[in-house]
Design a protein around this ligand. Sequence first.
Ligand code: ACO
Length: 431
Amino acid sequence: MKTSEDKFKITYKGKEIELPVYQGTQGPDVVDIARLYKETGLFTYDPGYRSTASCKSDITYIDGNAGILQYRGYPIDQLAKNGNFMETCYLLLQGELPTKAQYDEFEIDIMKHSMLHEQLIKFYSGFRRDAHPMAILVGVFGALSSFYHTDLDIDDPISRNQSTVRMLAKMPTIAAMAYRYSLGRTFVTPKGDMSYAGNFLRMCFANPMMPYEQDEVLTRAMDRIFILHADHEQNASTSTVRLASSSGANPYACVAAGVVSLWGPAHGGANEAALNMLKEIGTVDRIPHYIERAKNKEDSFRLMGFGHRVYKNYDPRAKVMQETAHEVLKHKGIDDPLLDVAIELERVALEDDYFVQRKLYPNVDFYSGITLRAMGFPSSMFTVMFAIARTVGWVSHWREGITEPDQSIGRPRQIYMGPTERDYTPMSERG
Ligand code: ACO
């Protein structure tokens, strides 16, 4: 990290202090405010971290104004069109694309760890059949921490690698079982000679009594969806994993915390919410009514799948996702009226002053719901698939965070707005 020759100067109560300004390899310069409290007694206030970098990272770069997303420097569209998810996982974790030998070894390692401990499988029967699969995912993935703690040493790179492989390998199996449990179907164990995405689709949809035929178009679409969602720098769930792990906590439990954060409709739950919204709109002629609702500040309705904290331009993932949606629907021969609603809604919103001025564009979730529905998934599974993809991002950030030389426990400050000191009143004297 380079230090800029420019300094950030502030004067507070007559005292001037100079704060260093750092430069990353890309992106805006950053003021280091670590000394601010010591020198001035001031905290900074930035709810939602709109102007705060919480860490240094080499993993993912986003330029929200230009609509750029890169994993370790590689543009997302190049990875999504030319690469595959396993290769992307290796890249995110190790910093470089794998050689053929590294790729083969990594893929086999993941495959070997994709089975679940028999005791872990017993957890499923404790859940209600109608439990949301994200609730099951949180519980079962968190429970991995009770299986893998005696041989865990987060300070040992070999142990960290072992946890990494286990987390990536077991997540799709846990997710597919959550889906089958909701339907009362027999669990399907992973198969060693299939791709990560192909195996996941098989574990979800195969009938164990019948031969299973892999659908190449759907497998490719699933793989692409995983690539598009693999990492997105310091979003809410990744920051949650980083904060949870900053105390040295068990990584399986930290990733379960990431799953929780992802679940919300403002984050990973947006794909489910976007599809529900398209269903509610139903037909193209009803779009103007919903556009008016989204613009009305008295109404809590928002266009789901629209807008992004970082992208103030077209989300580069949304472009690839839109193409994938068309491919999948064409392949399945589905004429989904919701795709017509989505395309028209996007057109109308992008010509509307309200959305133009606020730089609100479709995000990746706008088209992913339509695609996943065409692939045969119920909407309750959409965020689960996002979690499978994002596991590699969470794990990459966990590894980076806990090995940072200046790593310390995350502990934000606050503006206290409660009562000032007052004396305890006995209950008999309280009015
Ligand atoms: N529909 C209508 N108005 C919107 C929308 C929307 N989807 N998103 C933002 N706005 C408006 C806000 O009302 C606000 O208007 P104002 O300036 O008149 O008050 C302005 O645009 C800025 O909005 P903020 O909420 O400040 O933007 P923020 O960066 O905090 O929010 C967020 C980003 C949460 C994603 C928001 O755009 C949203 O709720 N979108 C819908 C949910 C969604 O699609 N989430 C997925 C995110 S992508 C992901 O997690 C993979």
